[in-house]
Design a protein around this ligand. Structure first.
Ligand code: AMP
Ligand code: GLY
Length: 433
């Protein structure tokens, strides 16, 4: 045990379960911990932190006491709260951007101003802190437009408005009802772009970087991109929405300038930079940045990349680390991940519904199930119940996209719980292409 490397994963969703599985695909003897983790991670051999954690300082204490070598942070909230700075101050190695760098996701105003200052392509915008000025602006501009709250809003902070009335309602919600609290003290109002969306993940060590296979998320709850926005209902990779030629433009016009801009702003970026793209007629433009892997994109991208993720994350965590020496290969073929969500999601959900068939789905060739909103009871924690909006994700790889889709849905067909919702068209756009 004492010669083992150890890693602590922060977070407990499908993305963190995917990070765990990726970390474990190595010959390295690795001891894994998670806070808070989930029953799927625990079942896969990860020990969950069983101490009360009141703040990130407590978790740093725990990591220190348990001689954790590396901490990998999954979600944006701890990053925006400065978990990386807290760990680093203690001399602990941690994968993720600093609090200053996490503003790239934590503040849309920061991100938009950065793009404007450094000429990175994105939708034109204005920033407002008062409703009357915002109202006057939208009346002048007219619909369509997009209203975005500045701060983190669990994926609900961007309101695409096709009519002026919708935009007015969004402003009333933000400024009068204060539905977004402090996150809505400033708003960005921007042009509506059109085109296909894609998620590009950049593993950045502070100087160099590696780009992962491009993924496409499916944000709306319903088939054919209908209904309200969600955290993401499924993803596939690699996504044909970004051709190799376009990818060169993305790298030259967006990735390189963004990393350089962050350095100039004294917020050198180390960690995973998620570039949310819109492939417009004029070329690729940034919809948003995130400071972490996407969920469910991670469940579709990580299985395709073969490397020692412990080493890759460690190189990004070290002061003078470099990802350039990390052996890395991308598997040919595709990976598809289908999210199964609770009834009512993304609105009010019903929890505590018995889930059956996870083991049967996992028994299928090439199928992986990633736990998110799942609770487990029983002597062997074998009884599963729903405990959140997005319950789990079923991923499968295939030589062709069509085969990967078929395998993922074979897995989905085995898993049952009352009210289960999932899209039946994950990856369909890619097949059509
Ligand atoms: P965001 O929270 O910025 O990622 O936005 C969430 C979703 O809203 C995006 O994935 C897009 O589908 C949509 N969206 C955001 N900004 C724009 C825009 N300027 N034009 C069109 N759609 C947008
Ligand atoms: N799936 C979108 C996100 O993680 O933000």
């Amino acid at each position: 045990m004492e010669f083992m490397d150890s890693v602590l994963i922060v977070g407990g969703g499908g993305r963190e379960h995917a990070l765990l599985k990726a970390l474990l695909r190595t010959d390295r003897a690795l001891c894994t911990f998670a806070y808070p983790g989930n029953p799927g991670m625990e079942r896969d051999g990860c020990m969950l932190v069983d101490q009360e954690i009141k703040g990130w300082g407590d978790l740093a204490d725990w990591a220190e006491a348990n001689e954790v070598n590396l901490t990998v942070v999954g979600p944006e909230v701890p990053l925006a709260e400065g978990i990386v700075d807290i760990f680093k101050k203690r001399g602990l190695l941690v994968f993720g951007p600093s609090k200053a760098a996490a503003r790239i996701e934590g503040s849309k105003v920061f991100a938009k101003k950065l793009m404007k200052k450094y000429g990175i392509p994105t939708a034109g915008f204005e920033v407002f802190t008062a409703k009357d000025k915002a109202l006057a602006y939208i009346e002048g501009k007219g619909a369509p437009l997009v209203v975005k709250v500045d701060g983190l809003a669990a994926g609900k902070g961007a309101i695409v408005c096709d009519t002026l009335d919708e935009a007015k309602a969004a402003l009333a919600d933000i400024f009068d009802k204060k539905s977004f609290g402090a996150a809505g003290e400033s708003v960005v109002i921007e042009e509506k772009m059109s085109g296909e969306e894609a998620s590009v993940f950049v593993l950045a060590d502070g100087k160099g970087y590696k780009i992962l296979p491009v993924a496409q998320d499916h944000k709306r709850i319903g088939d054919g991109d209908t209904g309200p926005n969600t955290g993401g209902m499924g993803a596939y990779a690699p996504a044909g929405a970004v051709s190799a030629k376009m990818m060169t433009r993305v790298e030259e016009e967006i990735v390189v300038p963004t990393l350089a801009a962050m350095e100039k702003e004294k917020a050198r970026y180390r960690g995973l930079l998620y570039v949310g793209l819109m492939m417009t007629k004029e070329g690729p433009k940034v919809v948003e940045y995130n400071c972490r892997f996407g969920d469910p994109e991670a469940q579709a991208v990580l299985p395709l990349v073969h490397c020692d993720w412990y080493e890759a994350f460690l190189e990004c965590a070290k002061a003078n680390g470099s990802v350039s020496g990390v052996e890395w290969s991308v598997e040919p073929g595709y990976c598809v991940s289908v999210v199964m969500a609770s009834g009512g999601y993304p609105g009010k959900i019903a929890k505590g519904k018995a889930i059956t068939g996870i083991d049967v789905a996992e028994g299928k060739d090439g199928v992986d199930v990633y736990f998110a909103g799942v609770s487990a009871t029983g002597a062997k924690k074998e009884k599963h119940k729903t405990s959140g909006g997005r319950v789990l994700a079923v991923s499968a790889k295939g030589k062709t996209l069509a085969k990967a889709i078929a395998s993922a849905y074979e897995g989905v067909a085995e898993i049952k719980f009352e009210g289960a919702q999932y899209r039946t068209d994950i990856g369909a756009k890619g097949v059509k292409r």
